[in-house]
Design a protein around this ligand. Structure first.
Ligand code: UD1
Length: 339
């Protein structure tokens, strides 16, 4: 069965392609390589023994997208990762974010509306909850005003899909709200490759340990948490990837309860910044150079998932812990830099 993965050369996309191929799906990838490289195909092939079909297409090129769907009319499902994701950048160039993340979503859904049976998985984010009033966060927690154009594209994206599903019964869709994806494939064939200075915690830690950065700045230790640093729900990217395959299979087998569903994907456990550093120091057997600095604007105090819905409905549960995620992230960083 043929599955289209947009952004399939990216961090979460590439891990999902591996899990799809492991489950016997035929994968076709569209990616514009703006934040990824064709080399990722080699890593995927080394793990699975199979090179997925790849076409370099920018989803904003509507004609090419249309031609692609004509050529691949047997696509049974789409997992849509392709999007811009840098929060700070999105504040500076909002229209680029709306065009990239919203315009292309509309094109894709228009293509899917033409099909007799369409199945769609959307990359959403826990960012839609902002600072939730209650922890852990369930899917029923209210969506808060977005802090950035990036966050807004996830909220609007979800609304667009929900509205489209309402009037298109043959379209089935699931939005997956990720908490904080980290780690790498244990083979070290694929992993995260941030462009420039990483904004996210874990790549900043591994790059600091590698000597690419002088020290990690811990943004604030005066939060209302046990050790004063912010708490997040860090989920191993391989667990996350597996959840995509399960969600898609649910739709393909018509096991969904509504034609638009939403699930949180996290571990259910919160870890503070200092706990993440400790985990890294343990698995890498070295100490990390870090200093406490002022809070980062826009950071929330704590977020971690209630995963009951995904556990019960998808039969999915995160299996890999923080240490395993930090171990693989570190192995990956070493491999990339020592090439
Ligand atoms: C960030 C994005 C969020 C996105 C998510 C994806 C912001 C404000 N939010 O969330 O929209 O969905 O990534 O993974 O950018 N930290 C440090 N020092 C650093 C980097 C981070 O102390 O150099 C701390 C942060 O204050 C935070 C934690 O580490 O408490 C995690 O930060 P990060 O990896 O950027 O993720 P989020 O802020 O949760």
């Amino acid at each position: 069965m043929k599955i289209l993965v947009t952004g399939g050369l990216g961090f979460i996309g590439s891990h999902t392609v591996v899990e799809l191929q492991n489950e016997g799906y035929e994968v076709v990838i569209i990616d514009n390589c703006s934040n990824s490289s064709e080399d990722v195909l080699v890593g995927i092939e080394n793990i699975t023994g199979k090179k997925p079909f790849f076409e370099k297409i920018d989803l904003r090129d509507r004609k090419k997208v249309n031609d692609f769907f004509k050529k691949h009319s047997d696509v049974a499902g789409v997992i849509h990762f392709a999007a811009s994701k840098a929060v700070g950048e999105s504040v500076k160039i909002p229209l680029t974010y709306y065009e990239n993340n919203i315009g292309t979503l509309v094109y894709l859904l228009q293509e899917l509306q033409e099909k007799d049976d369409a199945n769609f998985i959307f990359s959403s984010s826990c960012t839609v909850y902002g600072q939730a009033d209650e922890l852990p966060i369930t899917e029923n927690a209210p969506v808060k005003t977005a802090e950035s154009p990036y966050g807004n594209t996830k909220q609007i994206g979800e609304e667009i899909i929900r509205d489209t599903c309402k009037v298109t019964p043959k379209l089935k869709a699931i939005a997956l709200r990720y908490f904080n994806p980290i780690g790498a494939h244990k083979s070290t064939e694929i992993g995260e490759l941030p462009l420039g200075v990483p904004q996210n915690l874990v790549p900043f830690i591994t790059q600091t340990a590698m000597g690419l950065r002088d020290k990690l700045s811990v943004f604030g230790d005066d939060y209302d948490t046990p050790d004063g640093t912010c708490i997040r729900d860090y989920i191993h990217v391989v667990d996350l990837a597996k959840a995509h395959v399960i969600a898609l299979t649910r739709l393909l087998k018509n096991k969904n309860k509504e034609n638009y569903e939403v699930f949180n994907l996290g571990t259910g456990t919160g870890s503070s910044v200092l706990e993440v550093i400790k985990s890294f120091e343990k698995v890498s057997e070295q100490s990390l150079n870090y200093a406490i600095v002022d809070r980062r604007e826009g950071d929330i105090t704590a977020a971690y998932a209630d995963t009951t819905l995904a556990n019960d409905e998808l039969g999915w549960k995160a299996e890999l812990d923080l240490d395993e995620a930090m171990r693989t992230a570190w192995k990956w960083e070493q491999k990339v830099r020592n090439k």
